[in-house]
Write a protein that binds this ligand. Structure first.
Ligand code: NAP
Ligand code: ZN
Ligand code: ZN
Length: 349
């Protein structure tokens, strides 16, 4: 069994530390990937600290994985040794329910198997994520990555990318539409890039005045501070789509009021508390609140191919594995532009 070096949380309150474990042996449909880079998602922090409940320890987080194929099972046709490969938020699902058959595996009737902190479907243990030197994944849940793009900056596409691409596509974002992205973090900055590339007029709504220049650089036309009630009021009933990528507790009503007729609040942020929704704000303009979870395998590949074609990657800061605890502290302060990516070479040396 391939011995793997990693960083793990051993409890909800402990810092992440070096940890080694064995990956499963290569099955006939499995691909073995040497992990080169792994993005740091706010969901890693939520789960390492058990903010959603149900966390299992030791936990090796990480679901924005890119690397090189180092082994393939006998029945693998999709990959060969030496190929680049990506692994995102899920590594399995039931494969037979309606959603799985329609490549909406993230909505699998039995629940998808997360890349970490999830029970393996064959009962062999708990999945371990990408803060590690290698991973073994069924080819059905492994993605092709273009060599055209900067590999480290591709890693965040596997979660932050697909999580913002999918709801914008679902909401039909296109040229001429007015889109706001709330929360300019890892997800938010990808949301801005996609909405701009789809031709929309994009506004960033933020709590951080210091991010205005970046928002404009990313292609946003307007920049709003959510606590500036007067500025916000000017955009009442203005947007067709608002993408909510806030990681902390907040009120939906503030943003609902900004939606035009049939406007959609696409929610991807996953804070702990139930948000407030004022029914009057919902019935006005026939507004809706729609949640969205990552994207299916097919759509994730489509997003990666779209990014290769349009030269879209994440804005990143590369860190060593040993710096992960400091990175979590900085992420909580909003001090990241706009995604930390771990260089796994730091764990191999
Ligand atoms: P992140 O990089 O930490 O960004 C979150 C952003 O939220 C911050 O940059 C900040 O933007 C804003 N924010 C923080 N505290 C706030 C507050 N008190 N009030 C208002 N805004 C605040 O996090 P991320 O990795 O992008 O993840 C965002 C959320 O999406 C997390 O909850 C994560 O778990 C969730 N997520 C969901 C899915 C899914 O499938 N639905 C997938 C991945 C992640 P400003 O400085 O601009 O205000
Ligand atoms: Zn994520
Ligand atoms: Zn299923």
């Amino acid at each position: 069994m391939p011995n793997t070096q990693s960083y793990a949380a051993l409890s909800a309150t402990s810092a992440l530390e070096a940890y080694s474990f064995d990956r499963r042996n290569l099955g006939e449909n499995d691909v073995q990937v040497e992990i080169l880079y792994c993005g740091v998602c706010h969901s890693d922090l939520h789960q390492a600290k058990n903010e959603w409940g149900g966390s299992v320890y030791p936990m090796v987080p990480g679901h924005e994985i890119v690397g090189k194929v180092t082994g393939v099972g006998n029945s693998v046709s999709k990959f060969k040794i030496g190929d680049l490969a990506g692994v995102g938020v899920m590594v399995d699902s039931c494969r037979t329910c309606k959603n799985c058959q329609e490549s909406l595996e993230q909505y699998c009737a039995e629940g998808m198997t997360g890349t970490y902190n999830a029970k393996e479907r064959n009962g062999t243990g708990i999945t371990m994520g990408g803060y590690s030197t290698q991973i073994v994944v069924d080819q059905r849940y492994t993605l092709h990555v273009s060599p055209k793009l900067d590999l480290a900056a591709v890693a965040p596409l596997l979660c932050a990318g697909i999580t913002t691409y999918s709801p914008l596509v679902f909401a039909g974002v296109k040229k001429g539409m007015k889109v706001a992205v709330v929360g300019l973090g890892g997800l938010g900055h990808m949301g801005v890039k996609f909405a701009v590339s789809f031709g929309a007029e994009v506004t960033v709504i933020s709590t951080s005045p210091s991010k205005e220049a970046d928002a404009k650089k990313l292609g946003a036309t307007h920049f709003l501070i959510s606590t500036d009630a007067d500025a916000m009021k000017k955009y009442n009933s203005y947007f067709d789509v608002i993408l909510d990528a806030i990681s902390a507790n907040h009120d939906f009503t503030t943003y609902l009021n900004l939606l035009a007729t049939n406007g959609k609040l696409m929610v991807v942020g996953l804070p702990i508390e139930s948000p407030k929704v004022q029914p009057f704000s919902l019935v006005t303009n026939r507004r809706s609140v729609i949640g969205s979870c990552i994207g299916g395998m097919q759509e994730t590949q489509e997003m990666l191919d779209y990014c290769a074609e349009h030269n879209i990657v994440s804005d990143i800061e590369i860190i060593k594995m040993q710096d992960i605890n400091e990175a979590y502290t900085r992420m909580l302060k909003g001090d990241v532009k706009y995604r930390f990516v771990i260089d796994l070479a730091s764990l191999k040396s």
